[in-house]
Design a protein around this ligand. Structure first.
Ligand SMILES: [Zn+2]
Length: 387
């Protein structure tokens, strides 16, 4: 399953010697006029032709191009003969480099745009965008004696734990009218509290051991009110919503409701993030910048904490494969070279994609925001800085 660490690891696959082939295929069966096998055939045809393009023969060594051809064959064989489509999987990503003995297949719940390409680094931008859009959250459903905890990744729920605690008070003695009843009530309340503490403990454990962003609590109003204060304080800050549901509600209903809560939380998160960026960028000594060139400059200095980019925003630029300079065309020196080490610059159609990869390599947080957000007015790219 996709997570930040996995994208970071793929971003670090960058090389100076060998090329890496990246492949994305939409395998969503509900799209009737999209046949993945035909798309694959067309993409392969196009890339095989590119291997014979004189420009590429000049740009890459013979050995590098032969290795890419091996990657293309391997991907073709995998999709046609080995890939097993599962209902929940709508996207497929493959990264291959025969020379580096590297091969990675990722199944995605989210459909992706078809893509096949090779470069000195992996093309991870689609994965980054999916990761931003489909945050990972947990749902806790709780009543007075039972609880269920789900861990939802990319819209797909994994049942993490089902708890059932003892709730029947033991009647030990007879007594005066009313006293026994009060005792039973007290014992019952104690058992409920013990159960809720148990659920809180398991929830805390899930969050400490996993990379989970948010928490949604579901149940009857009164139980939610009793349960929430029992959670560890940092975890309470991760609660994005409550769902008032009956204990026997269907899993589908619960997932649908929780997806709405998480979408709303994602929108709020985005708005807050951009507002924060704007404030930081305008404050004296603030830790925020925006616009392509200032952002690339900070990235090169290693000063970025969170890179914020509009989904799909592209701009041409260049990369230096010696010192990993990422820059806009204006930053090249006169001889069309890297301004630092004066070797030939490697032109790229989209420097934003390179910047995203570079940010993951440095361990930055990467946030991809929707195309109609206020970041558009700030040049579609910006960053919150470390210092
Ligand atoms: Zn350089």
């Amino acid at each position: 399953m996709l997570n930040h660490k996995m994208i970071e690891r793929l971003a670090k696959m960058v090389s100076k010697d060998y090329l890496i082939t990246s492949f994305y295929l939409n395998v969503d069966r509900s799209q009737k006029n999209h046949d993945p096998k035909i798309v694959l055939k067309d993409l392969l045809k196009e890339k095989r032709a590119a291997l014979n393009d004189p420009k590429n023969k000049e740009r890459y060594t013979r050995d590098q191009l032969i290795a890419v051809e091996e990657d293309l064959n391997k991907i073709e064989h995998y999709v046609l003969h080995e890939f097993v489509h599962k209902d929940l999987h709508n996207g497929l990503a493959i990264f291959s480099s025969s020379r580096a003995k590297f091969w990675e297949v990722i199944s995605l719940v989210h459909p992706v745009t078809d893509y096949l390409g090779f470069d000195y680094d992996t093309y991870i931008r689609p994965l980054s965008e999916v990761a931003s859009e489909y945050g990972r959250y947990a749902v806790v459903l709780v009543d007075s004696k039972k609880a269920k905890i789900f861990d939802v990744r990319q819209g797909f729920a994994n049942s993490h734990l089902a708890i059932e605690d003892e709730s029947q008070p033991k009647v030990k003695f007879g007594g005066q009218d009313g006293l026994q009843e009060r005792n039973i009530d007290r014992q019952h309340d104690e058992l409920v509290l013990k159960h809720l503490k148990h659920v809180a403990e398991e929830t805390n454990k899930l969050f400490t051991q996993n990379e989970i962003q948010w928490l949604i609590i579901g149940g009857r109003q009164q139980i939610i009110g009793q349960f929430e204060p029992l959670l560890a304080h940092p975890l309470r800050k991760q609660i994005i919503g409550h769902m008032v549901v009956e204990p026997d509600a269907s899993l589908n209903d619960i997932l649908k409701k929780s997806a709405e809560v998480s979408r709303a939380a994602r929108d709020t998160h985005e708005t807050d993030l951009i507002a924060k960026l704007k404030n930081e960028a305008h404050a004296k000594g603030g830790k925020g910048i925006f616009g392509l060139q200032p952002t690339l400059q900070s990235l090169r200095r290693g000063g970025i904490h969170t890179l914020i980019v509009t989904k799909g925003f592209q701009s041409p630029g260049f990369v230096c494969h010696k010192c990993y300079f990422v820059g806009t065309p204006e930053e090249k020196n006169n001889g069309n070279q890297c301004p630092i080490c004066a070797i030939d610059a490697h032109d790229v159609p989209d420097i934003v994609e390179e910047a995203i990869t570079f940010a993951y390599m440095q361990g930055c947080v990467v946030e991809n925001v929707s195309q109609n957000s206020r970041l558009k007015l700030m040049g579609n790219i910006g960053a919150l800085l470390r210092y």
